[in-house]
Design a protein around this ligand. Structure first.
Ligand code: FMN
Length: 378
């Protein structure tokens, strides 16, 4: 097998290992996919400034995020169905993040439950909330995250309704997979995955089954989730969530300066500049292009994180220069997880870290937190 040198190597391996419906679920955007493409493409427009003649021997990549010191300003973004990419996927990803001392955000739509992940990950584990119409479910899941000692609550703001991803419908995506001819064909072409999943006890949405009214089996989960995203998710609702949670709150899916100002006004501790990895508003701008204006406006009032399209360590250096406190990735770690479980996620983090370290040095800098607009050509 070829050596794993870059994120693309993990991506290729993930494609070989996963049934088509799960690979497509990761590697797709909504509708035409234009924003998904922009997220990656727009990094090419940002040019780092090369500097020489500086002693760069002792370098520091560690960063304070919400008052806690992490080894590197990178975290794992919340993703649905991680546990379908590899048995106990969320537990393995959380463990890898913990091992590398970076934050991990568990999704509402995970396969392993909050309680299961909490058993394996302490200190670096946050919870992401999809705001549902069922207030009792919302209240209950927030209390479960509190009990599990999650360090922050990440409220996803850019999914008050679900944008369509064509391939998921064509593939009949579900967890566990429905067994029509198309799906059976996809599964038997990946026997290693089938064998591994057969022995995994977690095969459906662990935070929902048994915790939401009217959800007793797998079929009812799918219809429940599709109907439940709350189109009345307003700033007032966020204030209610903030009060109930009582800890640090991060608003995810902010792409507009005015929304960032609003987030600061209601007292959010942080925001994630994000367009959901190009999976929601197709046609909107890339997160990296939105970042600098937002960071300039609210960067002194709250912590500004960003996600979307990061595929190598130099991209992290660019985001730090443009004002991000930390960067999150979704697909890169799902590629690692699908390819090699725990080791794949760890490899992905190590690759990003090494690449960022070299880029930092060649910019003539030694401290990742001292990067600024002076490090990019304008
Ligand atoms: C397969 C997949 C599932 C996702 N599920 C969620 C989710 O459950 N909750 C959420 O807030 N964002 C979700 N996202 C968005 C990610 O948190 C993140 O914003 C995005 O992946 C960043 O872009 P990147 O994949 O290019 O790194 C998902 C993204 C992907 C690719």
């Amino acid at each position: 097998m070829n050596k794993i040198l870059e994120i693309n190597d993990l991506k290729k391996l993930a494609k070989k290992k996963l049934p088509k419906m799960f690979y497509d679920y990761i590697d797709t955007g909504s509708y035409s996919g234009i924003t998904y493409e922009r997220n990656e493409e727009d990094f090419k427009k940002i040019k780092l400034k090369q500097r020489v003649g500086v002693n760069i021997k002792n370098r520091d990549l560690s960063t304070y995020i919400l008052g806690k010191k992490y080894n590197f300003p990178l975290g794992l973004a919340p993703v649905g169905m991680g546990g379908m990419m590899y048995p106990n996927g969320e537990i393995l990803a959380a463990r890898a993040a913990n091992n590398m001392n970076i934050p991990y955000i568990l999704s509402t739509m995970s396969i392993c439950s909050i309680e299961q992940v909490a058993e394996y990950s302490k200190n670096t584990f946050w919870f992401q909330l999809y705001v549902m119409k069922d207030k009792e479910f919302v209240e209950n899941v927030i209390n479960r995250a509190k009990k599990a000692k999650c360090g922050a609550l990440v409220v996803t703001m850019d999914l008050p309704l679900l944008a369509q991803r064509h391939n998921d419908i064509r593939n009949g995506l579900s967890a566990p997979p429905k067994l029509g001819i198309n799906q059976i064909f996809q599964l038997i072409s990946r026997p290693e995955w089938c064998l591994k999943m057969m022995f995994s006890k977690n095969k459906t949405f662990g935070n929902i089954l048994g915790h939401a009214k009217g959800v007793k089996d797998i079929t009812s989960i799918v219809s429940w989730s599709n109907e439940q995203f709350d189109q009345e998710l307003t700033w007032d609702y966020v204030k209610w969530i903030k009060k109930l949670w009582g800890g640090p709150i991060i608003l995810k899916g902010i792409l507009d300066v005015d929304d960032a100002v609003k987030a600061a006004e209601i007292g959010a501790e942080a925001i994630i500049v994000s367009n959901h990895g190009g999976r929601q508003l197709d046609g909107t701008i890339s997160s990296i292009l939105a970042l600098n204006k937002i960071a300039k406006k609210v960067g002194t009032k709250l912590e500004v994180f960003v996600d979307g399209g990061f595929r190598n360590g130099a991209d992290i250096i660019k985001a730090k220069a443009l004002g991000a406190r930390a960067v999150f990735v979704g697909r890169p770690y799902l590629y690692g997880l699908s390819a090699k479980g725990f080791d794949g996620v760890k490899a992905m983090i190590e690759i990003f870290k090494k690449e960022a370290d070299v880029a930092l040095a060649l910019c003539g800098e030694t401290n990742i937190n001292k990067l600024s607009m002076k490090n990019v050509l304008q």
